[in-house]
Design a protein around this ligand. Structure first.
Ligand SMILES: NC(=O)CC(=O)C(=O)O
Length: 281
């Protein structure tokens, strides 16, 4: 790995998730430690890392933030002096349940919280039917944070399908988009990598995903294949289906280089079309 200050090592933890919440938390803490030992400065967990992915589970596993799961991640971030992007957990707040990602800095402070904006409501006959909105409420905020000199935009899984969200993160100066996610055996092979490469190339930045490991016995079978893609649109790290940690170097110089060489950012035609940032405060 380059010793340049512009390079940050990212780890994508593709962990097995069971019905046992405390086992999931212990596993997450152990794998965060392993990634930190390997030199990672940002460690990302999967969507629903403490709970099986399914509408029948979200209410039962839901917690307040701060709560046991988020405090466990805060302690891990502080112990290893790294950024932890806490995949997601079902969050309970004011009687509603959200699919929420918390982000901790190397002091263990929660510096960002992203509630999944676009709920996964789909019906593919012969493939998959899922309706998160039966139980979950959507978030309404874009979420960014800065890790050393890398600006990161956060989305959760289905959020990745919305090109406009990624464009707004790009407009806000992000170098990396992180999407904890759990695609499935229908949409995973078809769309998972394609979407990451599309978001990366359109916006000339890094895109990375962290999925749960595949469990063929689960009600919802995750595709796995946690991936990192560079600004050129090339996968630079990719898991298989099982439990593993994927590493990728995030180099903001590579983002700048791509944007200089192919300067689409400056060649847009706002006189003809524009993605407006209506939510910036
Ligand atoms: N699980 C999701 O939120 C999204 C997904 O699986 C898909 O878009 O496909």
């Amino acid at each position: 790995m380059s010793s340049s200050k512009s390079v940050l090592k990212l780890a994508l933890v593709q962990m097995a998730v069971s019905a046992n919440k405390s086992e999931n938390l212990s596993r997450a803490v152990r794998m965060i430690g392993e990634a930190a030992q390997a030199g990672a400065k940002i460690v990302t967990l999967p969507e629903c890392f403490n709970c099986p992915y399914g509408t029948q589970f979200f209410r039962e596993y839901a917690e307040n933030i701060p709560g046991n799961s988020s405090q466990t991640l805060a302690a891990a971030a502080k112990e290893h002096k790294i950024f932890v992007v806490g995949g997601s957990i079902p969050e309970e707040s004011d009687g509603k349940v959200y699919n929420t990602c918390t982000v901790f800095d190397p002091t263990g402070t929660c510096i960002a919280k992203h509630r999944k904006i676009h709920l996964f409501d789909i019906d593919v006959p012969g493939g998959i039917t899922f309706k998160e909105s039966d139980v979950l409420s959507p978030g309404s905020d874009l979420t960014t944070f800065t890790a050393e000199n890398v600006k990161v935009g956060v989305g959760i899984c289905y959020d990745m399908r919305f090109a406009e969200l990624a464009q707004l993160y790009c407009k806000r100066g992000c170098h990396l988009l992180l999407y904890p996610g759990a695609f499935n055996m229908t949409t995973g092979p078809a769309h998972w990598e394609l979407l990451q490469r599309a978001r990366a190339l359109d916006n000339e930045l890094y895109v990375a995903t962290a999925s749960p490991a595949r469990d063929e016995g689960a009600g919802y079978v995750a595709w796995g294949h946690s991936t990192a893609v560079n600004p050129w649109g090339e996968p630079i790290g990719k898991a298989g289906a099982g439990e593993e940690i994927v590493y990728a170097d995030i180099d903001i110089n590579a983002v700048e280089k791509m944007r200089t060489q192919i300067p689409v950012m400056h060649q847009k035609r706002p006189d003809l079309y524009e993605v407006k940032d209506v939510s910036e405060k």
